[in-house]
Design a protein around this ligand. Structure first.
Ligand code: XMP
Length: 516
């Protein structure tokens, strides 16, 4: 397949998606991944082709992520996108400068000058609309290179080595605004690299199981953190296939769960899968660790750490239990860690950025390279029920990040009841599957109301519903106002201490889906 080296672009994930949609296997590695150096030393290429992603840095900044020259000694085709193209230009002796006018952002027309590499599918002179987003530009081509495309103003938009299969594009073919971008990736992946288009979910299962086998060995026992959501359930099902009795799932009741969640998970997993399931009631530990904590990142870190401590304690009573499996997805990774200084940590997802530094268990994360919608496809392929697979996502830190400010039993009760009313109403009125995720948030402010001729001074529930494909970007859910009104009435009538309901209409970006 294909290797994508990530230089910190927000679009790297999209490159992977496009490639997988073409039926080609690919992996994303951070550009500074230790495996790159090892494979350069060994002289063996990890893939049939390499894509260098874009990134927020500038090749002129000291300490900016560099191109490890050895990658070119693998002798496999290389495609540099945006920052990746600038890295190639620089390393072949071209010139990279601040672009005229400070950069190009947005839609741009480019004209094909040579129908090779990513442009092989077009005729010379063909004009196509692409998406630019760059501050630097290649101002002088390296001697060994020629232009493949230019903008209408004559700026270089794509380049190719004259003899070797090394290409660069200044724009982002992976975003949907680049109207023929997929065709360009298709040409690179199939014609230039010769990747087979045989990848599908069944292959993913097979290769994931192979990797698990190699990591766990014949004796190892795995603890799987099970939340009852899609991701961890898919991991459990996947591991169960390979490990059988050498798998123990641990469901932690952290006191931050939704209405009757524990009972639901117990019924589902004990009944259907025949998986060894342990339910640990750690709610007091979590709630006391969160007492007085209002900072969202601190909440996330405390929760992430306690989860791991609970799993470690369980592991102690099981022979050879050295591994912790969890349902980490690619968006959790990208939003939690900044591989390179400039790409910001948005929030510490409990199972990535929220993990403690010292851990007694080795991580197994089979879904780390997948997106939510791909995990759903995988879940179906593994035979999980539609009810489970199509459930809305629920964050690991649970209701803790939906009680803004301090977490108390009473606040949890309010948000739990309100959430239950909202979700049940969505289901009852056939709207549940029309949104990607929906939930209630308790705001730490009081407003004045009037109920039964009495003045009330109570808290506010915000309802949020979004549409999305993979949670990376999201749009406000268009729920009927009459429906929202009915939910509001129910919440205010049934949830003591709440006298006002508002609806959040923010998209992502600029908001995130959760409020903390
Ligand atoms: P945000 O709020 O970052 O959320 O836009 C994107 C998706 O991720 C979920 N989320 C989490 N999931 N652990 C998780 O397993 C976490 O710490 C976490 N934080 C957010 C969120 O519910 C949404 O579906």
């Amino acid at each position: 397949g294909l290797l994508i080296l990530d230089y910190g672009s927000q679009y790297t994930l999209l490159i992977a998606r496009r490639v997988r949609e073409l039926g080609v296997y690919c992996e994303i590695w951070p550009c500074n991944d230790a495996r790159v150096g090892e494979l350069i030393d060994a002289g063996s290429a990890p893939a049939r082709g390499v894509v260098l992603s874009g990134g927020p840095s500038s090749v002129h900044i000291e300490g900016a992520p560099a191109l490890q020259g050895g990658i070119l000694s693998w002798e496999v085709p290389v495609l540099g996108i945006c920052y990746g193209m600038q890295l190639l230009a620089k390393s072949f002796g071209g010139q990279v400068d601040r672009a005229r006018g400070g950069g190009e952002y947005g839609r741009t027309q480019v004209i094909v000058e040579a129908a090779r590499g990513p442009m092989a599918g077009f005729e010379t002179g063909h004009a196509t609309e692409v998406w630019m987003s760059h501050g630097d530009a290649v101002s002088a081509l390296p001697e060994a290179f020629e232009a493949l495309a230019r903008t209408e103003n004559g700026h270089l938009a794509a380049m190719a080595h004259r003899e070797r299969p090394i290409f660069g594009v200044q724009f982002h073919p992976e975003v949907s605004h680049s109207l023929e971008g997929t065709a360009m990736l298709e040409s690179f992946v199939f014609e230039v690299c010769g990747c087979p288009d045989t990848w599908n979910m069944a292959d993913f299962v097979e290769s994931a199981i192979e990797r698990i086998r190699a990591q766990v060995g014949d004796e190892g026992h795995v603890i799987c953190g099970l939340s009852g959501g899609v991701d961890s359930s898919v991991v459990a099902a996947l591991l169960h296939r390979e490990l059988g009795e050498r798998l123990t799932c641990v469901f932690v009741d952290n006191g931050l769960l939704r209405y009757q969640e524990r009972e639901r998970v117990q019924a589902l997993f004990e009944g259907h899968f025949g998986i060894d399931l342990r339910v640990v009631d750690a709610s007091e530990r979590f709630l006391s660790a969160l007492a007085g904590v209002t900072d969202p990142e601190l909440k996330r870190k405390r929760i992430g750490e306690l989860f791991v401590r609970v799993f470690e304690a369980e592991a102690e009573s099981i022979e050879n239990a050295r591994f912790l499996a969890q349902g980490t997805l690619y968006p959790d990774v990208i939003e939690s860690v900044s591989v390179l200084g400039p790409s910001a940590t948005i929030k510490s997802h409990h199972n990535v950025g929220g993990l403690p530094e010292q851990m007694g268990l080795e991580l197994i994360e089979p879904l780390r390279e997948l997106f939510k919608d791909e995990v759903r496809v995988l879940g179906r392929a593994l035979g999980l029920s539609a009810e489970l697979v199509d459930r809305h996502p629920f964050p690991g830190p649970g209701l803790a990040v939906r009680v803004l400010g301090e977490i108390t039993e009473d606040a949890l009760r309010k948000v739990r009841q309100a959430d239950h009313i909202f979700i049940e109403s969505l289901r009852a009125e056939g709207l549940y599957d029309q949104v990607w995720q929906a939930f209630a948030v308790l705001l730490p402010i009081k407003t004045v109301g009037v109920m039964g001729d009495q003045r009330t001074y109570d808290e506010v529930i915000a309802l949020r519903a979004v549409t999305s494909k993979d949670g990376m970007t999201a749009d406000r859910g268009h729920l009927p106002m009459e429906f929202l009104g009915r939910v509001s009435d129910r919440i205010i009538n049934q949830v003591e201490g709440v006298n006002r309901v508002v609806y959040d209409v923010t998209s992502k970006p600029p908001g995130t889906i959760e409020w903390e």
